[in-house]
Design a protein around this ligand. Sequence first.
Ligand code: ADP
Ligand code: MG
Length: 450
Amino acid sequence: MTNEDLWQAVLAQIQFHISKANFGTWFANTKIILKKDGEVIVSVPNSFSKEWLENKYNKLILKILRELNSEIKEVKYKIKPLSLKALKNIDISHETEIDQLKFKEFNTDKDSDLNPRYVFDNFIVGSFNELAQAAGWAVSKNPGTIYNPFFVYGGVGLGKTHLLQAIGNEIHKNFEQKKVRYLPSERLTSQIVNAIRNKNIDNLKTNLSQIDILIIDDVQFLAGKEKTQEEFFHLFNSLYEKNKQIILSSDRSPKAIPALEQRLRSRFEGGMIADIGLPDFETRIAILKNKSQERKIELKKEILEYIASNIKKNIREMEGALNRIMAYQRLNHSLPNLEVTKNLLKNFILSPSKVTNYKRIIQAVAEFYDLKEKEILSSTRKKEIVKPRQIAMYLLRNELKTSFPFIGKKFGGKDHTTAIYACKKIKKELKEDSKLSNELELIKERIYCF
Ligand code: ADP
Ligand code: MG
């Protein structure tokens, strides 16, 4: 069997074990480059793939390889960036996948893991993000001194990662000798878990404590990861004491992250906190114009307005719509008119009432509060579960018009009065508690966006 056939056979089996999206992300452009003395070397296009294959899929890959060839004892992964030519051949119909690939491979800087595409120059400012942008800019001019830590929060696809990386890139430009490091929180977690397992946590600590600018994206994913939080707390302190800049993002405010240790929460709250809201119509148009210029397409006003009036809460989705239009243009050598655009974007522009269901709501609430779906549906009176349960009931009623008896029955076999009570209570609290209404917005985003 040639190396190529062997790897094809492995991939064919791996597809059964993982989701299509993960497969596309982590296994695209991988191949066996060497097989010798029981060792197989797989080339991967970037450090993300390498890390994921090593940490998450190595066991599976090795198992499948050994079933195909029992002499194989070990697999290693080696980074080999893709050529431009290979990149161009990637099927355009998978816009988002290409975007991910493009992002990760060429662009990210090896040492900092920053993507040079994310800069202040192409970060559009409107009232929804101007505070975050201004504070971020100030941080990039005075790292470690004015706003430390700098904590940015906001919903999905609204520019947190872009802003964090823009700050990192700007610092890199201004202070060449400073060591900048961008780390999504999941990678921080996997590095810590692995270091503990491999007994080289001291190495990792030394390594991380030499960073001057530490950027941790999506810290909400640290919720419930106690060991990581503990290590991170010490890392945070040691950097902070040395006036190193720490920059964090999350999909919600520190207060609203469940299962985050109090001491870490208060560290997060100890500096500058800025939120990113939703862009207004004018800003959405400005963003669309800017993004279409980048893509070298010129769209009529009516088309820009159509997109801006239908996609309101997620800039990434606006880009997705443009990518779809761009793909159409490549195939047809002309831009679509409004009717065609509506058709092209039909599945894209969601009409919320149609796309959710009972299961999705329970799942979103459970994920948000870091609980199990079973717990939410149980009849326990634990305080940390009662509230999320009431929110789930409220959402079922408001988003799906589910009947009160049905809701009562689903949640621990209660009768309809419990459901009515829960809905009333949440409705009342929403009026008084802006934090709760923020949380609800974020949960709805989860319900409808994924
Ligand atoms: P988040 O991290 O909040 O989920 P991202 O930073 O990944 O969102 O942003 C999603 C996409 O939208 C990215 O391609 C980013 O470049 C773009 N984007 C977000 N905010 C802006 C902005 N203010 N100006 C220009 N592009 C933006
Ligand atoms: Mg992000």
